[in-house]
Ligand binder design. Structure first.
Ligand code: NAD
Length: 472
């Protein structure tokens, strides 16, 4: 069913599509497939609810979001199982996602009451400059399948805190979590029409239709750079305020003075969270020559010890990838690297079992021009390249159109900060393999995006600034 104006509704043309379990290929649900007319009905519901929602007090919106945080905690088991079933990720990853996703509601419950403005005296002294903030209006939110809960709450939390209403178009591989969140938000006290969800297979048509509607004032997209570029073109038609969280190609630098155990531990998190299906996943490992071999050996030992299994199986550490296309892409990149002279220290193939699994893989001797170093792998594969010296490390790290995140391991904090300042990435993990934090501004430079989610910046993305020149 679609979720429009607080009610479950079928698609206008009765269309539906199947949701499958990536561990087995089994159909687990059938969902209404929104048409452009349904998308417009959702925009109408959001527009109708906008005035009264924006007129609620910040404290009220804060309490509702706080309640949503509490409910996510109470429903964590069910939500994690749902995420694991439709996305495939191992249950520990799914639980971690639910906790992370819920934190966006708690953080923005706290930020809802902090949308402050400014007053200053004009330099001429002739008047005051009053800076006010107000909700941007109806927002279209488009999210990917890799974090079906967190990518939605990272947008819905600040949007609702700011006083905006939303239409969420989730990825068609994972619409069930988004629908569950819409119900949870209404249970928490969000009025009908404030959060609407329109799963749709014809995503291009459905989103473009909404962007052409003059009531829509903002687009917030998380997904691939390719689709982001396309949506920026579409948003340009009506100059729709746009935030973009796009793809990544994160370098993971290990200097010879790093604590190697910590670096391998960090690499496991940066690479294997979600089986590598994360925009923040370490995509290219650059290790200083004296420790490159040892790092590769230890990483391969940890990777080959991981237990593969359906996400919902107790004990499974690595679930399947999301679909056949994802496995084919990962396998193609690995084969190309091997054909170019790389060596697999672990994995390097699809395991012989049903489901969309891929073996955790470590590659060494990867050629610098190999596609696996240029494209998002989005799977459990770690290509390692040796470097010598800071300048070469920086040149390699910055040699990409992406700029989302970079990881740096070194025993010398000054060097870590110096390198961090010269890496073109919106986020740096310094001696850490995990950067995501609802209290911090998440986002990319270069073709990894525009705008930030999380932190105080995330709230500002849903507020218009209005200035009043006044004499008093
Ligand atoms: P995708 O770009 O294929 O799809 C993202 C969303 O856009 C989905 O809801 C999809 O249905 C929709 N979509 C696809 N084509 C569209 C079109 N023409 N018009 C409108 N909507 C369209 O990405 P994906 O495969 O779902 O997710 C993986 C990508 O997301 C990776 O590139 C990853 O790096 C990126 N990602 C980025 C972040 C971040 O915060 N920067 C977070 C998670 C994922």
């Amino acid at each position: 069913m679609l979720h429009i104006g607080g009610r479950s509704a079928p698609a206008a043309d009765g269309g539906r599509f199947d949701v499958t379990d990536p561990a087995t290929g089994e159909v687990i649900a059938s969902v209404a497939d929104a048409t452009p007319a349904d998308a417009l009905a959702a925009v109408s519901a959001a527009a109708d609810a906008a005035e009264s929602w924006s007129a609620t007090t910040p404290r009220y919106r804060s309490e509702v979001l706080r309640q949503a945080f509490e409910l996510m905690g109470q429903q964590a088991e069910d939500l994690a199982t749902l995420i694991s079933r439709e996305n495939g990720k191992a249950l520990p990853d799914a639980h971690a996602e639910v906790a992370y996703a819920a934190e966006f509601f708690r953080w923005y419950a706290e930020e809802a009451v902090r949308a402050s403005g400014e007053v200053m005296t004009a330099p001429s002294g002739g008047n005051r400059i009053l800076v006010l903030r107000r909700p941007v209006g109806v927002c279209v939110l488009v999210t990917p399948w890799n974090f079906p809960a967190a990518m939605a709450t990272r947008k819905i939390g600040p949007a609702l805190a700011a006083g905006c209403t939303v239409v969420l178009k989730p990825a068609s591989d994972t619409p069930l979590t988004a629908l569950a969140l819409a119900r949870l938000l209404e249970e928490a006290g969000v009025p009908p029409g404030v959060v609407n969800v329109v799963p749709a297979r014809r995503s291009g048509e459905v989103v473009a239709t909404m962007l052409r509607d003059s009531r829509v004032r903002k687009l917030s997209f998380t997904g691939s750079t390719e689709v982001g570029r396309l949506l920026l073109h579409e948003a340009a038609g009506r100059v729709v305020n746009s935030s973009m969280e796009l793809g990544g190609n994160a370098p993971f630098l290990v200097f010879a003075d790093a604590d190697l155990d910590a670096a391998v531990g960090g690499a496991m998190i940066a690479k294997m969270r979600n089986a590598g299906e994360a925009c923040t996943a370490a995509n290219r490992f650059y290790v200083e020559e004296p420790v490159a071999e040892e790092f590769a050996r230890r990483l391969a030992a940890r990777m080959s010890a991981l237990r593969l299994g359906p996400g919902t199986d107790p004990g499974a550490e690595v679930g399947p990838l999301v679909n056949q296309e994802a496995v084919d892409k990962v396998d193609g990149l690995v084969r190309e690297a091997l054909a170019g002279g790389a060596k697999a220290l672990s994995g390097g193939a699809r395991p012989d079992r049903p489901g969309f699994f891929y073996e955790p893989t470590v590659l060494t001797g990867v050629r610098p021009d190999a596609p696996i170093l240029r494209e998002e792998i989005f799977g459990p594969v770690a290509p390692i390249v040796a470097f010598s010296g800071e300048e070469e490390a920086l040149r390699l790290a910055n040699d990409t159109e992406y700029g989302l995140v970079a990881y740096v391991y070194t025993g010398d904090l000054a060097r870590g900060l110096r390198i961090g300042e010269r890496i073109e990435a919106g986020m740096i993990g310094l001696n850490r393999g995990l950067v995501s934090d609802p209290a911090a501004p998440f986002g990319g430079m270069k073709q990894s995006g525009v705008g930030r989610e999380g932190g105080h910046e995330g709230l500002l993305d849903y507020l218009e600034t209005q200035y009043v020149a006044v004499s008093w």
